[in-house]
Design a protein around this ligand. Structure first.
Ligand code: K2U
Ligand code: ZN
Length: 167
């Protein structure tokens, strides 16, 4: 397995809309393994293939306290959503930035598993937030885009300053 480099906002590649997986083969299973290793090492509770510059519709999530309940979703689609919740979010592609984002409280997501079988998952709370956050990534959306234009400008300036300091 391999650790994969994570793209940092505002890298334009994070705005790429990912392509559906046509066949769940060994290459997809290896990608999912590498993404999971990268997520656990970061550490994070989710990771989208977009973030590691692979533009295929694959996400991994482990929102469990025990960090041993890995979910791998291929071609995930939100088929039902309702309610509203506001949650403090962060992102492995936007290090050091946290802010409140409003999202659906309850979602039902249809996806393919690692054997290519069609599954659905129903979620509320943090898992629902994470599913929406990761599926946003596959659409080329980063969570800061849900914030005001002023906040986005301040975040861009802060990250640009950090990049100059660490360059
Ligand atoms: O996509 C990512 O960058 C992974 C995020 C997923 C996530 C963000 C906000 C809320 C839920 C999930 C990272 O795991 S960011 C680290 C984190 C962990 C727990 C709660 C909030 C942020
Ligand atoms: Zn993210």
């Amino acid at each position: 397995m391999s650790l994969l480099p994570i793209l940092r906002f505002p890298d334009a590649r994070l705005r790429t809309v990912a392509t559906p997986v046509r066949e769940v083969d060994e290459s997809i299973r290896r990608l999912a393994r590498d993404m999971a290793e990268t997520m656990y090492e970061a550490p994070g509770i989710g990771l989208a293939a977009t973030q590691v510059d692979v533009h295929k519709r694959v996400i991994v999530i482990d929102a469990s306290e025990t960090r041993d309940q890995l979910l791998t979703l291929i071609n995930p689609e939100i088929i039902e959503q309702d309610g509203r919740q506001t949650c403090e979010e962060g992102c492995l592609s936007v290090p050091g930035i946290y802010d409140k984002v409003e999202r659906a409280e309850h979602v039902i997501v249809r996806y393919l598993d690692l054997d290519g079988g069609e599954q659905t998952i129903e979620a509320v709370g943090l898992l629902a937030v994470c599913l929406q956050h990761e599926i946003d990534h596959l659409q080329g959306r980063v969570f800061v885009e849900h914030l005001s234009q002023l906040k986005q400008l301040r975040i861009r300036n802060k990250l640009a300053k950090q990049a100059r300091i660490t360059a």
